[in-house]
Ligand binder design. Structure first.
Ligand SMILES: [Zn+2]
Length: 575
């Protein structure tokens, strides 16, 4: 069934491509040498915008261009203003017999219609397949029609287009117009006529925008004639893996989709590109799985991808694919013995598992960062460093799935082997606690004064996790002398808001038990150091000895700190 559907949609997408024998074909190396270079923005594109993508999305996506945009100066110039290019749709293949389309009205120019072998107007190939009644093939081998087409392209370029997207690019059928006296032909064959028209279109585009591009859609990049590849910058692989006429992923992944880049490698090397357009959301699969499978299948060939459906913009788990970049490939695509395909890029790794079994690969190489973010699950994988530069990571991909991983720096400065080792001092920590927990209580450690934490303001006073204690770190193990300064801890002054806490000068005001009547910008001058939101009752707290790493009742104690060490200063509440 797949092969049947494959042909069916191909016809729907473009005119049918048949086996091609071009007489007098130019040797491909010469073709390549003569082909003007494609613009770098196109060569390096990874995903692209299509048709009616929301404007807010177009602004933020990592897209360098949008195809199928309206033929509107305002729209095209707005795209240029945000550094992107728009490519309106055109076709040289067909038109409605009535109505103005691409600047012309065929009912006034029936002499431009293609003629079939029986002398009739040639019906479009979509007459039945897409019910395209009253649409006819046009003869691009007639001078008048060619001029009208180029005039329309010129008009689009004057509006600000970056070029055009030419649909229905297929092997041209012979027109019998001259035989039946309908019109005269410019070129001996339709093939030559179409080739020359592509060349003229591209030259016209480049005359307006030196970095402009010509897009074409034959839906089958691998079989597009070299003559045409020469004059276009980007082909389209429409209905890439997912299409609107199949509830399964169609075609044969290995034969029809993977390896397309190798079939056109000389054009890829010349910087030309392929836009893969998948129509996700029509299969019975989870749409996220289809998105990642299609994206990864396209990107592993370094081709450009678009999911073709609104749902991809609406769901952040899907639209993330339009917001990441893997950069250009740094390895060839590799295949493991299990059949897992993967490729390393400048900014990430792409993997596709086209088999029916879970497959994994351990990749050992010089990685730029210590983490790989699995975009599908939004989890980070750690590189296991073997040396300062080389590490290994294991990627595991479920059956029939695609994945993309982007490099991400670790927040741990000591993660890489060979870099400065984590300082040992982190382990030599002395924590001095008070019991009961008392705020702003003073000690000296080796003669240096330290205070216990006393809480602070957010929107209200908060004691905080370290209330009544303080921690200090030493760079190596050793013996330290701790002296208690506050043998008696009296009432505490506490500001009544965040700003007042800056002005609080305990030393200046402390003696004052000169509390005045009326407003005080403090919670109070006589607050309980064990609970600073309460007024002090009784005579305060008196030091009565050490506990934990030191013991005794002397005001000075010595403690060895060989690792995390806890020393407790015990206080007694006075009546
Ligand atoms: Zn003709």
């Amino acid at each position: 069934m797949h092969s049947f559907k494959f042909v069916a949609v191909l016809v729907a997408c473009a005119t049918a491509l048949s086996a091609l024998v071009i007489t007098g074909a130019i040797a491909s190396q010469e073709v390549l040498a003569e082909a003007p270079k494609s613009p770098e923005w196109l060569t390096q594109s990874e995903t692209y915008g299509f048709g009616s993508a929301p404007w807010s999305f177009i602004q933020t996506a990592k897209w360098r261009f949008v195809t199928h945009v309206p033929a509107s100066r305002e729209y095209l110039m707005a795209l240029r203003a945000i550094g992107k290019r728009g490519f309106p749709y055109v076709t040289f293949y067909q038109a409605h017999i009535f109505g103005r389309y691409q600047g012309m009205n065929l009912s006034e120019h029936t002499d431009w219609l293609a003629i079939d072998e029986k002398g009739r107007w040639r019906r479009t190939g979509f007459w039945d397949s897409e019910d395209a009644k009253n649409m006819y093939c046009t003869c691009f081998n007639t001078e008048g029609y060619r001029k009208a087409l180029l005039a329309y392209v010129r008009k689009l370029m004057e509006m600000g287009a970056g070029g055009v997207f030419i649909d229905n690019v297929g092997f041209p059928q012979k027109c019998y117009g001259e035989k039946f006296g309908a019109h005269k032909h410019v070129y001996p064959t339709e093939m030559e006529a179409f080739t020359a028209l592509l060349k003229e279109t591209r030259e016209l585009i480049r005359s307006y925008d030196p970095d402009g591009a010509l897009f074409a859609n034959s839906a089958s990049p691998a079989t597009l004639p070299d003559e045409w590849w020469r004059w276009i910058d980007c082909e389209m692989s429409e209905s890439y893996i997912c299409t609107w006429v199949s509830t399964t992923r169609w075609g044969d992944w290995h034969k029809d989709w993977n390896g397309m880049d190798k079939k056109i490698s000389k054009w890829m090397k010349a910087g030309k590109q392929v836009c893969c357009l998948s129509y996700v959301g029509h299969t019975t699969n989870n749409v996220k799985d289809d998105c990642f499978f299609c994206y990864a299948s396209a990107r592993i060939m370094n081709m450009i991808w678009q999911g073709g459906r609104q749902v991809v913009y609406d769901d952040p788990e899907l639209s993330v694919l339009y917001h990441i970049e893997t950069g250009q490939p740094v390895t060839e695509e590799k295949v493991t013995s299990e059949g897992l395909h993967y490729r390393v890029f400048k900014k990430g790794v792409v993997a596709v598992n086209p088999t029916d079994k879970e497959a994994a690969v351990e990749i050992k190489r010089e990685w730029p960062t210590s983490l790989l973010r699995d975009v599908y699950s939004n989890t980070a994988l750690n590189i296991q460093w073997l040396t300062a530069k080389t590490g290994v990571v294991k990627l595991s991909v479920p059956p029939q799935s695609g994945r993309v991983y982007v490099f991400e720096p670790s927040t741990n400065p000591y993660i890489r082997a060979g870099l400065a080792a984590q300082p040992a001092s982190a382990g030599y920590t002395l924590t001095i606690e008070t019991s009961p927990t008392l705020a702003a209580t003073r000690f000296k450690v080796d003669g240096i004064p330290v205070y216990t934490h006393s809480g602070s303001y957010t929107t209200k006073y908060e004691k905080g996790a370290n209330f009544g204690r303080c921690s200090i770190s030493f760079e190596k193990s050793g013996v330290h002398t701790i002296e208690v300064i506050d043998l008696e801890k009296k009432a505490l002054m506490v500001a009544d808001n965040y700003w007042e806490s800056y002005k609080l000068d305990e030393d200046a005001e402390f003696e004052a038990n000169r509390a005045k009547d009326g407003y005080l910008p403090r919670l109070g001058k006589l607050m309980d150091p064990a609970d600073p939101v309460k007024f002090m009752e009784g005579g305060g707290y008196a030091f009565e000895g050490w506990d934990g790493a030191g013991t005794g009742k002397e005001k000075t104690v010595t403690v060895r700190v060989d690792g995390p060490t806890r020393l407790v200063a015990k206080y007694r509440k006075l009546e």
